[in-house]
Write a protein that binds this ligand. Structure first.
Ligand code: FMN
Length: 448
């Protein structure tokens, strides 16, 4: 008699043991998403708002939670409100906040890892500790590179000491690591640029040096682009595949998250609102063994061809239980990343995806289209226009942080109005700079 086929719920509910020994209770991962809730001057983890935000995710039955990106150098934030792991993070009163964050995020039994990042040329003026940090990007000196590696290693150690289960290096979406990995931005002619092998060198240094300080059972992950979709001279899939090959063969990395796009570029897909279309096209198990709703499936299939045992997390576009189960059943990935739906419906795994009371046809992330995007046309694009869609999700994460529910009906003009009102009523000049940096940052780091 043929073996009974696993149901869609069974497929996504399976535990997974990572190479470092960490057990993930199921296959659903809360994607890294910057919360924009930390406060100047030091941008420590904002414990009160994180209590509200992370306890929602902690109680939602994810298999893994990845924090929003944490900047490793306080001079360079990607957007105002990023958490920073600065050089006093292991000292009080800062360290207690890190420990508290780790406790809250893991209070439901799901492990949590910290995403570490550096925006490089994507740091907007006013977002960091300097008044003006954005200008024409310049090539980093060898001293700059050594310093940034040390900053990243410190971030990994702080995460471990605070009680997080590991870290993820943000190597996607056009931030510093992906600037090194892409020929579009890496124009160096020294040992860090000029050939695919050399463009990989900074990432290799980070993996090696973090592993020296943080051996297993510490979990080390990397998020990479499948391509950056820049019109000319960008990172193509062939080179991206070789980057993944190194990661899965180096014996030091526990899983690789695959994403795509460049925050500078419209085609990044990180900004498409997830509306009826993605729900209508979500496949049923009986229809197909391929996933059609995930954005980067084609590249994930090429990665599958590497025949590696290192788990792959695929992020971008997942909406339905059957689409997720299909992806796992086909072997194209082992973990499913949930980003925007984890903002609109923070408890989606527990309440819907893993809930047997919903049959497969009904187990979907909420249909959604952002209202009022026409408003973008009223603004000079270089200031806010291209970043408006992502502001909708920042707005809703801030609502969750303040103990409110996400508001799927919040329209872009309303969000802009709230932001201006908060800035004016706070009466603090510094906040004006912060808001400007935030909106300006939205345009520059729109994919993230
Ligand atoms: C508001 C917001 C913030 C994000 N911040 C990050 C981040 O800090 N680091 C990162 O790697 N990706 C970030 N992303 C991308 C997500 O991790 C994910 O790759 C993307 O949203 C696609 O998944 P989805 O289709 O489920 O939303 C962010 C996305 C959103 C919407």
């Amino acid at each position: 008699m043929a073996e009974a086929r696993e149901t869609a719920i069974e497929l996504i509910a399976q535990p997974l043991i990572l190479p470092c020994g960490l057990t993930l209770p199921n296959r659903l991962v809360k994607c890294p998403m910057q919360e924009t809730l930390a406060n100047p001057p030091l941008f420590d983890p904002p414990v009160e708002t994180f209590e509200n935000l992370y306890s929602q995710w902690a109680g939602a039955n994810y298999g893994l939670i990845i924090t929003g990106q944490v900047q490793v150098d306080i001079r360079y934030l990607s957007i105002a409100g990023d958490v920073v792991c600065h050089d006093k993070a292991l000292e009080e009163p800062h360290f207690s906040k890190w420990k508290r964050w780790a406790q809250i995020a893991q209070s439901g039994g799901t492990p949590c890892i910290v995403q570490l990042a550096h925006p490089g040329r994507m740091s907007p003026a006013g977002a960091g500790a300097l008044d003006k940090v954005l200008g024409t990007p310049r090539a980093m000196t060898h001293e700059d590179i050594d310093a940034v590696v040390a900053d990243w290693v410190r971030g990994a150690v702080v995460a471990r000491e605070a009680g997080f289960k590991g870290c993820q290096l943000h190597g996607a979406h056009g931030f510093l690591l992906s600037q090194f990995l892409s020929p579009h931005t890496n124009r160096r002619t020294d040992e860090y640029g000029g050939t695919p092998d050399k463009r990989l060198r900074l990432l290799q240094r980070l993996v090696n040096e973090i592993r020296e300080q943080c051996p297993t059972p510490y979990c080390l992950s990397v998020k990479l682009n499948s391509a950056d979709y820049m019109a000319q001279g960008g990172l193509g899939q062939d080179e991206a595949l070789e980057q993944v090959r190194w990661l899965v063969e180096c014996g030091k990395v526990d899983f690789v998250e695959i994403s795509g796009g460049n925050a500078e570029n419209q085609s990044s897909k990180l900004h498409s609102s997830f509306g009826a279309r993605s729900l209508l096209t979500a496949p049923k198990m009986s229809e197909s063994t391929r996933i059609r709703e995930a954005y980067f499936t084609e590249f994930a299939e090429r990665v599958q061809g590497l025949n590696s045992d290192i788990p792959i997390q695929l992020s971008g576009g997942f909406r339905s239980r059957t689409g997720m189960a299909d992806a796992i059943a086909s072997g194209v990935c082992s973990l499913i990343g949930l980003g925007r739906s984890a903002v609109l419906e923070p408890t989606l795994p527990r309440s819907v995806l893993l809930n047997p009371q919903y049959d497969d046809d009904a187990a979907l992330a909420q249909s959604h289209a952002i209202k009022g995007l026409w408003f973008a046309n009223w603004f000079p694009v270089q200031v806010v226009g291209k970043g408006l869609a992502i502001q909708f999700f920042y707005h809703n994460m801030r609502r969750l942080g303040h103990g409110l529910k996400s508001d799927p009906d919040a329209s872009i003009p309303w969000i802009v109005g709230v932001s201006i009102w908060e800035t004016l009523t706070s009466g603090v000049l510094g906040n004006i700079q912060r808001a400007l940096a935030s909106w300006g940052g939205g345009s520059q780091v729109k994919g993230d």
